[in-house]
Design a protein around this ligand. Structure first.
Ligand code: TYD
Length: 133
């Protein structure tokens, strides 16, 4: 079993550049209630360090690259995202860390729910406790 679930989105490339197309409900199987973006990213910085109790997300690195570390309490995997046509699905109860941003990387996150601070688990020991129950 792998924690790395990738979605290949439709894209159109010509000499003017690339269009990547996210036909949300058709491609993802869940409704997107919130889109947020990480911009102004600083080279080598890290973010994340949390899990969500219910939220499902698709992470797309639209420009530059970032390495995402995933942990389900049993196995840990990591993947470098550097393709604006590929989305990494991160389901509920997965601890995620985003490391090694390239300078100015642009990351778009498609999320299944509105922002809810109560949905976050920010303590790794608490995450391990909840995920094992
Ligand atoms: P957070 O999700 O904690 O990002 P990271 O773990 O990478 O630091 O978000 C950082 C801050 O932004 C936190 O105070 C919550 C706030 N925030 C919102 O208010 N709405 C949102 O949709 C998101 C994603 C974050």
């Amino acid at each position: 079993m792998s924690l790395i679930k990738l979605h290949q989105f439709h894209s159109i490339l010509d000499d003017r550049g690339l269009i990547s197309v996210f036909e949300i409900e058709k491609d993802l199987g869940f409704t997107v209630r919130r889109v947020y973006c990480l911009t102004g990213t600083v080279k080598g910085e890290s973010r994340g360090y949390h899990a969500h109790r219910d939220l499902r997300q698709i992470v797309v690195c639209l420009s530059g690259n970032v390495t995402v570390h995933l942990d389900n309490g049993k196995i840990q995997e990591k993947i470098c995202l550097d393709d604006p046509t590929v989305g990494l699905e991160i389901n509920s109860m997965i601890w995620r860390e985003l490391h090694d941003f390239s300078s100015g990387a642009v990351v778009m996150v498609l999320a299944s729910e509105f922002y809810d601070p109560e949905d976050y688990i920010r303590d790794h020991d608490e995450f391990l406790k909840e995920v094992q129950n």
